[in-house]
Write a protein that binds this ligand. Sequence first.
Ligand code: NAP
Length: 364
Amino acid sequence: MLRVVDGAVKKAYNGKRAIHWKEIFAGEKAFAKYGNYLPKETPAQIAEFRISIKGPLTTPVGGGFRSLNVTLRQVLDLYSCIRPVSYICGVPSPMKWPEKLDIVIFRENTEDVYSGVEFEAGSREAQRLIELLESMGKHVLPGSSIGIKPISRERTERLVRMAIQYALEHKRKSVTLVHKGNIMKYTEGYFKKWGYEVAVGEFRSLVVTEEELWQGASSEGKIIVKDRIADAMFQQLLLRPDEYDVIATTNLNGDYLSDAAAAQVGGLGMAPGANVREDVALFEATHGTAPKYAGMDKVNPGSLILSAVMMLEYMGWNEAATMIRQALEKTIVQKKVTYDLARQLGDVKPLKTSEFASALIENL
Ligand code: NAP
């Protein structure tokens, strides 16, 4: 990713611009160097320097330390995880018309069941909570683990506001609120309610709701705001992908939905993302550390490269961003791809990560 970005910036601006990279440590590398998976300087520097890009970080399951990714998002209040998912020509896909999917997912990043309010089965805290719930007439099986799912008006509003602003700035057609409010009425259901309230309360002249359309209103020059129940949304993206555009959703729904959507256009190796608040942006690949491939110079750097494209666009360096996007597409059309895409294309010899980068640089 570094070689590709530096190569594109050099070429696009004839050496008049350059990125001065600064390495900030997190995860296993930070542990080896400082004995700490997330040194306190790391979030402080991400906030100070304002634009950063990171590789994935390992998180143990069912114990051990808390996800560093989730911690970074929460400590820095990077409340919106933005994941564009669209088709790049030449990428093998299980879909008949993968190009019909062109969405941008805004996933709330700080609350929901990811807020870290969890109590282990058998702990004193879990027991006390179960007793408290019993006293409020709610029965939870003794000995259960318990997780809390907070969804607030304030955090829902700012996420949905950012999604609508994005849709307006990028001339998108609709914003869909995805929720499971039919079951979790006061959390997911209120995400929907507060989401619509922001839409009509703050953007009245610029939006029309789907319900208003049913009653005869016109959508001319306006963004349509609609909502879908999360489970139905998965099949909608498969069966009617072109009816969706910008999506605003809660943390867990967004996590699931973005991986599923990525699979429709070539898989996790090609899915970029960013964690943002108004003044800080941390770009990152959607995928994890793929531990079985670590150190093998094998995995697809496409996700991180496309995250860097988002970063360059955020910086306003659109010429370099466009150059990378076009070269990436050209490289894939030439069937110069890493193992994941080669596997789907069949009869193609996979390139290593570094060889793919070199091929892309040649195509800049
Ligand atoms: P994963 O690392 O994303 O890998 C799952 C599978 O996705 C891989 O086995 C591979 O599929 C495919 N894949 C992932 N990255 C790829 C790439 N660059 N190119 C091609 N294929 C790629 O998910 P995981 O195994 O569930 O999680 C591993 C660790 O990463 C965990 O500790 C998890 O917590 C962490 N994680 C971190 C982040 C983050 O830092 N933002 C995000 C998710 C997970 P095949 O086996 O089919 O080749």
